[in-house]
Design a protein. Structure first.
Length: 312
């Protein structure tokens, strides 16, 4: 049987590196001036070193440098031009802009999007579905005490909050944003660029009526859970078809008050009450998707749970 010998003799890591088009690296290096005033440890070397850090599960720069030095003479397939010392890697992390790495990531995501896609929600809804959530990474107080929240007991908790946005058709993040642990979740909404081709799915911690009104103006849809203390007025009770035996208990149009810079406004939204027979609990969903069946609203929210796997 005819077998490909393209990867023969290459390590797994070397095979992964060979999938990165050198043109992508060169283009982003030039765009973000990543190699300006650099003589030896170039942007490509830096990228490969940090990828090795992740691949080898290193927890410190000393481990990265030590492991790579241990492979000296065996890195031909890594396309590595210079093996860094710990101090070299540390200096590069301080000096080189994160925009270079971000640019390479998003270019690779576009290039291999057709390969990594594992669902077809866009084909069903004719829109792309993006889900987002956040998690807090606790860090040592002495290192990052300036970014922690101050509880009532006076002890500051150091930490970083990681906000992640994922397109459901892609099992990798579309955007990752780091903030202090004290930053409110809904701050992420200002980072989004809503359009009429996108439906956002997120937890109730991101509830912001002002942002929801903007979503409507831009044509973007959303599905979330309504807050327990939400104040609203029921405008219309919608009929739930008898053929829908999927746990839909209630489907209503509600009106909420939006606090705006020039006073207060009103916003019409849809509330769907759904009983999940598996979890044996009731959910109240909030959305601006008025044309979808109520059970589809519940199904959309359920896919949000897949992002939680990322944080485990």
């Amino acid at each position: 049987m005819n077998k490909s010998t393209y990867f023969f003799g290459q390590s797994v890591f070397g095979q992964l590196i060979s999938m990165i088009d050198s043109g992508i690296i060169a283009r982003n290096s030039k765009r973000h001036k990543a190699d300006h005033y650099v003589k030896r440890f170039m942007a490509k070397d830096h990228l490969i070193s940090m990828l090795f850090c992740v691949f080898a599960k290193c927890s410190s720069l000393r481990e990265v440098a030590g492991a790579m030095l241990g492979l000296s003479g065996k890195t031909r397939h890594f396309q590595l031009g210079h093996i860094p010392y710990r101090s070299t890697l540390s200096d590069a992390n301080k000096r080189r802009s994160v925009d270079f790495f971000s640019g390479v990531y998003h270019d690779l995501l576009r290039e291999y999007q057709h390969v990594i896609s594992d669902t077809r929600f866009k084909a069903v809804l004719n829109k792309q579905v993006e889900i987002f959530d956040s998690t807090v990474i606790s860090l040592f107080q002495d290192i990052l005490k300036c970014v922690g929240r101050t509880p009532s007991n006076g002890k500051r908790k150091g930490g970083i909050k990681v906000h992640t946005v994922i397109n459901v058709d892609e099992p990798v993040p579309k955007m990752v944003w780091f903030t202090s642990a004290a930053t409110h979740d809904h701050a992420l909404l200002k980072k989004l660029s809503p359009d009429d081709n996108t439906i956002y799915v997120f937890d109730k911690g991101y509830n912001d009526y002002k942002a929801f009104k903007l979503f409507g103006k831009k044509g973007a849809g959303f599905v979330t859970r309504i807050k327990d203390d939400a104040v609203y007025k029921v405008e219309q009770e919608l009929h739930v078809e008898e053929c829908i035996h999927s746990g839909v208990l209630e489907d209503t149009i509600i009106e909420v008050t939006v606090k705006e810079d020039d006073g207060q406004g009103k916003l019409m939204l849809r509330k769907v009450v759904f009983y999940d027979r598996v979890l044996k609990r009731k959910f109240e969903f909030l959305t601006n998707l008025f044309d979808l069946r109520p059970d589809m609203i519940a199904a959309l929210y359920k896919i949000r749970w897949q992002i939680e796997l990322l944080f485990r």
